[in-house]
Design a protein around this ligand. Structure first.
Ligand code: FE2
Length: 183
């Protein structure tokens, strides 16, 4: 047996061991004054907002790279600030899911399954990219609004506060980009 093969088999064995550990992993239930069922519902909403934010970050970075035309400079500069903002936001959202006792979606499949944001299209014109971004920020605004409703209903003030500041950010970005199309 070659070194490569024996190495691969060893990796499989080690992964199996990890899997067994994962099945036996103990979950410690948070005791923070919000019922398990309510925390679960909030975590589901947060997972959607996290997935939307992640996918919007990818779209934003794609358009930062691939913008062309008259709006190139504006798009290139705005999208850089935006994907940096989104990068920080996804970390806060994921950590909030953990803090209320659940696992944050962290694979491309999970993020893609949970998002309402469309895949970006690198061939769009500069104006079409701007419209796609406005649409996506407006989509996330609507999902955040639903998530805030759920968090408020169960007195989750931290999630409400976090999502309210995200709502403010996305509404402001959508307004700024929409303004390109007004006279
Ligand atoms: Fe850049």
């Amino acid at each position: 047996m070659s070194n490569y093969k024996s190495q691969t088999i060893m990796n499989i064995v080690e992964l199996d061991k990890l899997d067994v550990q994962a099945k036996e992993r103990k979950r410690v239930i948070p005791n923070i004054g919000i019922d398990e069922k309510h925390r679960f519902d909030i975590s589901e909403q947060l997972s959607k907002v996290l997935s939307d934010s992640y996918c919007l970050m990818m779209m934003t970075q794609n358009y930062h790279w691939n913008a062309r035309g008259r709006l190139f400079r504006d798009l290139h500069m705005m999208t850089e600030a935006q994907y940096k903002n989104l990068f920080e936001a996804i970390d806060d959202l994921a950590e909030r899911i953990r803090a209320i006792g659940f696992t944050a979606p962290g694979t491309l499949k999970e993020l893609n399954d949970n998002t309402s944001i469309n895949l970006p299209n690198s061939d769009l014109t500069d104006e079409e990219m701007m419209v796609d971004l406005v649409d996506s920020h407006e989509t996330i605004v609507m999902n955040i609004r639903k998530a805030i409703g759920m968090a408020q209903k169960h007195h989750d003030y931290v999630t409400t506060d976090m999502l309210t500041s995200r709502l403010e950010y996305h509404e402001k970005v959508a307004w700024m980009m929409r303004s390109y199309f007004e006279k």
